[in-house]
Write a protein of this length. Structure first.
Length: 242
């Protein structure tokens, strides 16, 4: 054992010895007092010496220690106000955290700038000659923009609607009679029809033989519906699709 260990052990032994001697002295003093009282004819009950606590414990004990030194010096109202404050502060923190999480999620899910740029397409209508059709790309799909002649407009308006597989007037499919804008996808199996062809001078799908007129309506073939009309706005000579 090291010198420090020996010193610690000796100190502990000395402390225990001193404690035992004190207890024996206290007991001897109590016994002497009892004996002296007995010699004088007095009956003195035996009193147990307590060293750790002055309060009794066990059945029938009525003496209760005071904890006044450990209680807080605040009224019930102030305690209630503090509790409400902590609840409100916790709720505010949780609300802020939830809002931040939702905002971050929605920001990550939002479309990027290049996707938003592709969502709209602008076309200069002055560059399309009368009677011609141009094909542009919008959202990965072809879109046909046709500059119709007056003869083509009259033919589209003179069609018997009862003879159409998908009845729809020409006026319901255009904003300005001179311009027809349709998504260039056949409604049968998604093929891309050829322009200015077919039995009705509009579009023709060579895959399965669907014929569309100059209004994009199905006139003959297996296609069940007319060609789709995208959302668009015409302002002067500018066409905006999307």
């Amino acid at each position: 054992m090291s010198v420090a260990g020996k010193i610690a052990a000796a100190t502990a032994s000395t402390t225990r010895f001193t404690t035992n001697v004190s207890r024996m002295a206290a007991r001897a003093t109590t016994a002497a007092g009892v004996a002296s009282s007995s010699k004088k004819g007095m009956s003195v009950p035996y009193v147990q010496q307590r060293f750790m606590s002055g309060f009794a414990a066990g059945p029938g004990t009525s003496k209760i220690p005071s904890f006044a030194d450990y209680t807080k010096e605040r009224s019930e109202d102030s305690s209630r106000a503090f509790t409400y404050f902590m609840l409100g502060a916790s709720g505010a923190v949780l609300t802020t955290a939830a809002q931040s999480s939702v905002h971050g999620f929605l920001t990550n899910m939002a479309a990027s700038a290049d996707v938003l740029a592709m969502a709209k397409t602008e076309v200069d209508l002055s560059s399309i000659p009368l009677g011609k059709t141009v094909t542009i790309k919008w959202r990965g799909k072809p879109v046909f923009v046709k500059h119709r002649t007056q003869e083509e407009i009259d033919d589209a308006n003179g069609v018997n609607l009862k003879a159409l597989p998908d009845p729809q007037t020409d006026a319901a499919r255009v904003q300005i009679p001179e311009w027809i804008v349709v998504v260039g996808i056949c409604t049968h199996l998604g093929c891309v029809p050829t322009t200015d062809s077919g039995d009705y001078g509009g579009w023709y799908c060579p895959c399965h033989g669907s014929h569309y007129d100059v209004s994009g309506r199905i006139r003959k073939g297996p296609a069940p519906l007319n060609m789709e009309i995208p959302e668009y706005i015409i302002e002067g000579e500018k066409l905006t699709i999307g």
